[in-house]
Design a protein around this ligand. Structure first.
Ligand code: DQA
Length: 146
């Protein structure tokens, strides 16, 4: 069975490219998806890349990843700072989750400094733009090798 990594993106990330490019960069989400798939392919991994604006859908997908994925990369967008439901979904599964943010949330507004999901994630990558997704794939690769 090939190694499968689920990459889940939360609210407003479908607008990347035109959304606050000075903060989030100019790549669109499909471009970040292609970048992730190309990088993962070099390591022999499959990527299942998804986006939803809905908290419950993200919860459903995390549960699904708990059954079917070897790792989950999660940019939960603003739900990062508010969602106990997403936190509980991560805590309920054994699949490792890496939290990713394009922007350096700690260099921004105070309400972005708290994450509901960091405590239940394997690690957090933020501030490197789209490269953060590639770094997260490498992080999962080294965890799976260990
Ligand atoms: C984000 C940071 C969040 O604070 C914000 O709500 C987002 C995007 C990021 O990728 O930098 O929607 O997760």
């Amino acid at each position: 069975m090939p190694t499968m990594i689920m990459v889940l993106n939360g609210p407003n990330l479908n607008l990347l490219g035109s959304r606050e490019p000075e903060t989030y960069g100019t790549l669109t989400l499909p471009e970040i998806g292609s970048m992730s798939k190309d990088h993962a392919a070099k390591l022999g991994f499959d990527i299942d890349f998804r986006q939803s604006n809905h908290e419950g859908t993200l919860v459903d997908w995390i549960q699904e990843g708990g059954d079917s994925a070897h790792g989950i990369i999660l940019n939960a967008g603003a739900y990062t700072h508010t969602s106990i439901a997403i936190r509980d979904a991560i805590a309920a599964i054994k699949t490792p989750v890496i939290e990713v943010h394009l922007s350096n949330v700690f260099a921004r507004e105070a309400f972005r400094h708290h994450s509901c999901i960091s405590e239940v994630s394997e690690g957090v990558i933020c501030g490197f733009g789209a490269t953060g997704y590639v770094l997260a794939i490498d992080a999962i690769a080294s965890m799976l090798r260990a």
